[in-house]
Design a protein around this ligand. Structure first.
Ligand SMILES: [Ca+2]
Ligand SMILES: [Ca+2]
Ligand SMILES: [Ca+2]
Ligand SMILES: [Ca+2]
Ligand SMILES: [Zn+2]
Length: 589
């Protein structure tokens, strides 16, 4: 989950959006540091008497003008230490190697930090720390309060956490400097190529570029769809709830499912143990990686797959105008559910939970385009996700499955500048082939309920050869047979739909031959699921089974009947079946 607009009334802020510094970050374990050199880029032309405040949003423009400079003006070396004697805090030391043309270095007075040591920096009255111009390698040491609680309702709790054994945090690192090689200030969060950052972790730990894990950990990696996925989890009991293969399976599958551009080369997924709240995502690092974290007790399942939710955020490269702010969480929520269902997670019950959420009309009276009407921060997650489900179906229907909401998502990612509501409407109109403004206005720009489709066919992948439930039948075949595309055993008789198609049994009837024995049980017992009286002795297989007599032996016939419910229940998961009448002779073939 991601806070779109820091400083607005709503802090949806399970995401770290406050630490905005950007820079070339090099991962280093223990004291071994690797430095990647970089070529400088000239910053924006604006010149200020003093560096401005740290940005509250990083959606602003990046500098694009390139210039050649043989070496960076500043090398910042950040070293992190755990401080178990002071739970809830970590220590960071920032050392600066100042280049010959650099005339000033300014470090901000970050929130939730205290300077506990300095060399070569002077504190100004505005709280900032300025290099004294003399000390060659000035440094500042910070104590950082990690345990910041915030948010309300479902977002309440710790966003970051430090305990005696481990620490997950998002420490501030931004600074600004002035160099004669430039006209004006260089800001670390903007001119990311103009300086170098080296990160060291004292002891066991891992720096993802934005998120820092301190403590014993394990890393699992997987590559898919041109992305490197790295799962970082606590090494001991704190991380035991995390199933690395399941997490990497769902992330790599989502990477293949989501064709919207904006792929980071590296995605670092951190599993943070309690008392962390749900999860969040940071802004991308300039080295092509992006970090997100999820509380370690969050399992992989449908529809609320938080791992995929945060991953979808990493694929959001757009900048949203105020009337479009809802789209960020709405799309993360909708795709987390949709992709999970298409991955077959939790089968039919996963799909039904997904649709059930869409069916609920929570927050119906909020106007998505107008934040002041939102009674709760959950509006984009609820009404927003519902509206996107409806929109996806509209686009697919209008284009004969030629286009989907992903085409709109991709175009938002590719758009220059802010995506306004009007621009969004134009992009949607392009996808549907008709002017969509009235349709959108009624759902996004108005109060009132929005109906999302509930049929599974609205949510199957457009590719008709997909087999979400892995039952051996494509969605196209399932549609023809009337089976459920997200349920591998539509009639719950113990036989997968695909096997039933091959056997010639009815995949929508648990007892194809009406002999009171479910198809799956008959296969186990050696009777025919297609012939009610397998041995043709005049007594139905079901009657013979409970009699008992041999259903595959014509010389063995029933003497009495009994209820079949317990046997049937075993195979149907609770579908009630009629008892056979005493001495029943049901023979059908
Ligand atoms: Ca299937
Ligand atoms: Ca079946
Ligand atoms: Ca049967
Ligand atoms: Ca028989
Ligand atoms: Zn989110």
């Amino acid at each position: 989950m991601r806070a779109d607009q820091a400083g607005s009334g709503f802090m949806l802020d399970t995401d770290a959006y406050s630490g905005v510094s950007r820079g070339r970050t090099v991962v280093a374990l223990a004291v071994l540091a690797v430095v990647a050199s970089s070529v400088a880029t000239v910053g924006a032309a604006a010149s200020y008497p003093d560096p401005p405040d740290e940005p509250v949003s990083t959606t602003g423009e990046e500098s694009t003008e390139a210039a050649n400079e043989s070496r960076p003006g500043v090398v910042q070396t950040v070293t992190y230490n755990r401080t178990p004697d002071r739970p809830g805090t970590i220590r960071a030391t920032h050392r600066y190697r100042v280049g010959p043309n650099t005339s000033s270095v300014v470090v901000y007075d970050y929130d939730h930090t205290a300077i506990i040591g300095s060399e070569g920096f002077v504190r100004r009255s505005n709280g900032r720390w300025v290099w004294d111009g003399e000390v060659e390698r000035p440094l500042l040491t910070f104590r950082i309060a990690v345990n910041q609680s915030g948010g309300v309702g479902e977002f309440a709790g710790l966003e970051w956490a430090d305990t005696r054994r481990w620490s997950l945090s998002h420490p501030p690192v931004s600074f600004a400097y002035r160099t004669t090689a430039r006209d004006g200030w260089v800001y670390s969060w903007r001119d990311t190529a103009a300086y170098e950052r080296v990160v060291r972790v004292a002891g066991a730990g891992y720096d993802g570029g934005r998120v820092v894990y301190l403590g014993a950990h394990e890393i699992s990696e997987r590559t898919a769809s041109g992305q490197r996925f790295r799962l970082v989890r606590p090494a001991d009991g704190d991380g035991s709830a995390v199933e690395p293969d399941r997490v990497l399976d769902t992330l790599t599958a989502a990477a293949g499912q989501l064709d919207v551009g904006a792929r980071d080369d590296v995605v670092n997924a951190f599993a943070g143990p309690a008392p962390l709240r749900t999860g969040g995502v940071t802004t991308p690092s300039r080295d092509g990686s992006q970090d997100f974290w999820v509380a370690a007790n969050r399992t992989v399942g449908a529809p609320a797959n938080l791992w995929v939710h945060e991953y979808v955020h990493t694929r959001q490269n757009f900048s949203l105008g105020p009337r479009m702010a809802w789209f960020r969480e709405a799309s993360a929520t909708y795709y987390a559910g949709l992709l999970s269902v298409r991955q077959g997670l939790d089968g039919r019950s996963g799909f039904e939970a997904f649709v059930d959420r869409l069916r609920r009309n929570a927050t119906a009276n909020a106007v998505l385009t107008n934040r002041s009407t939102w009674g709760t921060a959950m509006v984009p997650y609820r009404k927003g996700a519902r509206a996107l489900a409806a929109l996806d179906a509209k686009i697919r229907t209008a284009s004969g499955d030629g286009r989907t909401l992903q085409d709109v998502f991709r175009r938002l990612n590719a758009a220059d500048g802010q995506v306004t509501y009007d621009r969004f409407a134009a992009i949607v109109g392009n996808a549907t082939g008709t002017n969509a403004t009235a349709w959108l206005d009624a759902r996004l720009d108005s109060p009132g309920p929005v109906a999302a489709p509930t049929s599974p066919w609205a949510y199957t992948a457009p590719d008709p050869s997909a087999d979400a439930d892995d039952d051996g039948l494509t969605a196209a075949t399932e549609r023809r047979l009337g089976t459920h595309p997200f349920d591998p055993d539509t009639d719950s008789d113990g036989l997968p739909d695909g096997l039933e198609e091959r056997l010639g049994t009815d995949p929508t009837d648990p007892d194809t031959d009406d002999d009171s024995l479910p198809d799956g049980l008959e296969l186990d017992m050696g009777t025919s699921p297609r012939i009610g009286d397998t041995d043709l002795d005049g007594f139905a297989d079901g009657a013979e089974l409970v009699s008992p007599s041999g259903p595959t032996d014509a010389r063995s016939v029933p003497t009495r009947g009994a209820g079949l419910v317990p046997l049937f229940d075993r195979y149907t998961g609770g579908i009630a079946v009629l008892d056979l009448p005493r001495n029943a002779t049901i023979a059908r073939y």
